[in-house]
Design a protein around this ligand. Structure first.
Ligand code: ADP
Length: 423
């Protein structure tokens, strides 16, 4: 059909493509990609899902973006329409796809919370669906939306194998000293109040990439990884497994984020309930949506805008950056306790991959860990130095772009056992 369609014909010699879905409460991000090469043949997003004015934006090629309004905006309608685009992009969508054409081998879903049960990705069946539903109280905004995505694929393509990839799974290796809170025992045994950690799919991808870039076995590496996007967290990865992380029961704990506060004194709840008459819902809402860079700077939740305002002399924006960097450096240093030794500090996600300023500021505070900035390599985001942004030494700092969609696609292809390399 289109030039984009033509260029999308043979993305993967094994012929298998994976539909990756990240279903939120009112949006769905998706990609159709080749797990072996990571090539995207389709990608896009649907917004205002579940409402009459649902908008679907599909990119078949950097220059070929189509936007559609869907009359019926259910999850199922969105997924059905995404699948409609596969033949349009020149791709067979099943066993009946023309010989030699790539076809879908499975759908992989990002699922936010897998509780203590899921320590790895799994093929979806009725029992897995029931378990994801059972953990919905731990992620009330996310798990039900993730399930809606799974159920919509089931309804549209009942034959297509599906895989659930959990944000929490990678951190299930944390020892109790890292995941338990010092609270009454019953809070843990009865209600599951413990630290779970998030961004696990990203940490898994980035730690493997970092090992490859360093040319060392992951099983021997001690890494601190800072995933700095709209949500921010840091994890300690020792010999390939997570031993500590900053996010906890919910993705609110830990670092300063775009709109989330990260750590505050838990006493603030009682204090503000008392002094300002705020309800639990109001407090939660403020800590999730009106805090972080947004709350401190008053300018924006977006790091680019906050950096620009600070550069123009805005005092609150400057303070927001200072708090962000101070807390981040402190958390990185704390993560080293679980490692005993630091081989590499790795920056990833939107801020981690793109803000030479934040990285430079953090490194300037971590000299005692043997880290320093190589200003030229940092300014180039480590692109010409296999990710390295510090001088060579026993501990190095690196930038490693994350790709959660690719990790989900690889897990899906591996678990559906149809022609992709093990991740
Ligand atoms: P999400 O968590 O939604 O996937 P991203 O990983 O895309 O988010 O990260 C978004 C954050 O990355 C925003 O705060 C954005 O300002 C920041 N960011 C993106 N590009 C830059 C840049 N060039 N400099 C500083 N921050 C950036």
């Amino acid at each position: 059909m289109t030039a984009a369609g033509e260029s999308a014909h043979s993305p993967d010699d094994s012929g298998g493509l994976v539909l990756v879905l990240n279903s939120g409460s009112s949006s769905v991000k998706f990609a159709v990609l080749a797990p072996a090469s990571g090539e995207r043949v389709l990608a896009g997003m649907a917004e205002k899902v579940g409402r009459p004015e649902t908008e679907l934006r599909i990119r078949r090629h950097p220059d070929d973006v189509v936007t559609e309004r869907l009359r019926e905006g259910s999850f199922q309608a969105v997924i059905s329409r995404i699948l409609d685009h596969l033949p349009e992009a020149g791709l067979g969508t099943g066993e009946d796809g023309a010989p030699g054409q790539a076809h879908l081998v499975g759908a992989g879903h990002r699922v936010v919370h897998g509780g203590e049960r899921f320590t790895a990705s799994v093929v979806v069946d009725d029992e897995v669906i029931a378990a994801i539903r059972a953990f919905s109280h731990l992620a009330p905004l996310h798990n039900p939306a993730n399930l809606a995505g799974i159920e919509a694929v089931r309804a549209t393509r009942p034959d297509l194998p599906q895989v659930a990839v959990f944000d929490t799974a990678f951190h299930q290796t944390m020892p109790p000293r890292a995941f338990r809170y010092a609270v009454p025992e019953e809070w843990y045994t009865r209600y599951g109040v413990r630290r779970y950690g998030f961004h696990g799919t990203s940490y898994r991808f980035v730690s493997e990439r970092a090992a490859a870039l360093l040319g060392r076995p992951l099983a021997e590496l001690r890494l601190v990884i800072a995933h700095l996007g709209n949500g921010c967290s840091v994890a300690a990865v020792r010999d390939g497994v997570s031993v500590d992380t900053t996010m906890g029961l919910t993705p609110l704990e830990g670092l300063v984020m775009g709109t989330r506060s990260g750590d505050v004194d838990p006493g603030v709840f009682g204090f503000l309930a008392d002094r300002a008459g705020l309800t639990i819902d109001e407090l939660n809402d403020a800590l999730y949506t009106a805090s972080g860079l947004q709350g401190l700077s008053g300018v924006s939740n977006d790091m680019r805008t906050v950096q620009a305002a600070a550069a123009e002399g805005d005092e609150r924006a400057r303070l927001a950056l200072e708090v962000f960097v101070h807390r981040l450096a402190k958390a990185i240093a704390a993560m080293v306790v679980g490692l005993g030794r630091l081989d590499a500090l790795v920056f990833t996600a939107g801020i981690g991959e793109n803000s030479a300023f934040v990285r430079g500021q953090v490194l300037a505070r971590l000299g005692f860990l043997g880290l320093a900035e190589d200003a030229e390599a940092n300014a180039r985001h480590g692109r010409d130095t296999r990710g390295r942004i510090s001088p060579d030494g026993p501990a190095v700092a690196m930038v490693v772009p994350t790709d959660e969609e690719l990790m989900i696609a690889r897990d899906t292809a591996r678990l559906t056992a149809l022609g992709a390399p093990a991740s």
